[in-house]
Design a protein around this ligand. Sequence first.
Ligand code: GAR
Length: 205
Amino acid sequence: KVPVAVLISGRGSNMGALIAASLEKNYPAKIVLVISDKPDAKGLEHARDFGIEAVAIPRSDYDSKPDHEAAVSAAIAASGAQIIALAGYMRLLSGEFVQRYSGRMINIHPSLLPAFPGLATHSRALSAGCRVHGCTVHFVTEAMDEGPIIEQEAVRVAHDDTPDTLSQRVLEAEHRIYPKALAMLARGDVRMSRDGRALFKDSIT
Ligand code: GAR
């Protein structure tokens, strides 16, 4: 199984979905490390409940962003992780960090990209009158939420949806597509080309 590090900042429900999938016998990846930039992230305890090493690396412990990212990189290197999965990691990564893991770092985002990059995606989708919303797993590149798309799932918007009710259904879809996308990357069924496109094996739908 390909070793994976998961970066979180909070609840860690997507991390939990990746861990649950990775415990299945034929799943091609295993979670070897969880890192949070927030010491009180609920996801840290959740990971430890599964016996997975989970560490807090708070930004406030470091003088600069490069120093913080160096500490995160060192922890990743020590774990042997080959793939990085961002799961609600709410920190903008430097170009240097992104380059280091180019083609090996993926993110889950709560909208059908390229619509609604950034924050507050559910309320923005509702304000825009979208009848369809959803979620995206993509390779991480320097431009935030613009990396090549690996997997998406659409969620229909109900007339009486609130940001809360909509986000719950989108989250369920996130928990389906993130393990699927990670498995595709770990199996080599998708990769990022030099010119920044997602290349899929022919048979993948
Ligand atoms: C998820 O909805 C994820 O898509 C989103 O944060 C939430 C984290 O929930 N990520 C972003 O908005 C990234 N910009 P979780 O901690 O329960 O997985």
